[in-house]
Ligand binder design. Structure first.
Ligand SMILES: [Zn+2]
Length: 296
């Protein structure tokens, strides 16, 4: 009995020892697995979770939606069929640079009444109210006041400024669409104490034209049709050529271009010191490439 009991006891103890060893090994394995899983997986999980969040937040900042690019260098659209309109006060209207009737009608709506605004008189009632752009009008008023101040007892009147229609009287007049009077920057001027007829030879010998020829540029106006740029004889066909001739000789016709350009033209900056034509000035300064094509 004692021997068997002793044997049983050894078997039980052995099983117990094995069982305990198995439990310890199992526990150790489980613990190690747990430790390994916890920190490393968490880091990876955080990384993989944060990455997409960062991307979602940063992507719009890093690559903002591109703004639509505006085309600033669009091809100039001729206004009224005349590409020189982009030059503003230096716009050119002549036999080669013409305008259509829509331009003329729209231009009229941009002008001011010189009689109502400044009390400037129109010498020929059949011409209607004298009209210019507001900028040209205020400069004309300054010029006429200066003329009266420097020529005691004298004053200048207009003899037609803006015109909606041209005339067909040959060399002395411009047909509709070709007249400098369509610009709203031009007036024919006359001192009626010297007569009321626009006669070049008669007026050129009188102080009104001489004063205007010498001083108008100070107010932004030019003597638009000086004899030196008239081109061929008055009896010959209209001559507006590539050299810058105007085809006209008119002592009464003054055109606003702004003081800087008027100064350059009157002092001949691009014409060896002699009075320039608007046509020649525009080509000499590169503002117009061709004077005969009508294509700037
Ligand atoms: Zn005129």
């Amino acid at each position: 009995m004692k021997h068997l009991s002793h044997k049983k006891l050894i078997v039980v103890l052995s099983f117990t020892l094995l069982a305990m060893t198995a439990i310890i090994i199992t526990f150790t394995i489980l613990k190690l697995t747990h430790i390994n899983n916890q920190p490393e997986n968490r880091t990876e999980e955080q990384t993989t979770e944060e990455k997409p969040e960062e991307n979602l937040e940063e992507e719009p900042e890093e690559t903002p939606a591109p703004e639509p690019t505006k085309e600033e260098s669009e091809a100039p659209v001729p206004i009224g069929g005349n590409c020189s309109m982009k030059l503003g006060n230096l716009m050119l209207i002549n036999a080669n640079y013409t305008v259509d009737t829509n331009f003329i009608a729209n231009r009229r709506n941009e002008l001011i009444d010189l009689t109502a605004t400044y009390g400037i008189k129109e010498a020929n009632q059949w011409n209607g109210t004298p009209m210019l752009t507001a900028e040209a009008g205020t400069h004309l008023n300054d010029m006429l006041n200066a003329y009266s101040a420097e020529n005691q007892g004298h004053s200048l009147s207009t003899m037609s400024c803006f015109r909606s229609v041209g005339t067909s009287c040959g060399r002395l007049c411009a047909a509709t669409g070709t007249s400098d009077h369509h610009t709203g920057l031009t007036c024919d001027l006359i001192d009626t104490t010297y007569g009321s007829t626009l006669d070049t030879d008669y007026l050129s010998s009188h102080p009104d034209w001489q004063w205007l020829h010498q001083n108008s540029y100070k107010y932004g106006f030019i003597d638009r049709y000086v004899p030196e740029w008239a081109g061929s004889s008055m009896n010959e066909p209209l001559n507006v050529n590539e050299a810058g001739t105007t085809g006209y000789y008119e002592t009464w016709h003054f055109r606003y271009v702004g003081i800087p350009a008027a100064t350059d033209i009157a002092t001949g900056k691009y014409n060896n010191g002699a009075y320039d034509s608007l046509e020649h000035y525009l080509k000499a300064t590169g503002k117009i490439n061709s004077l005969t094509s009508g294509d700037c």
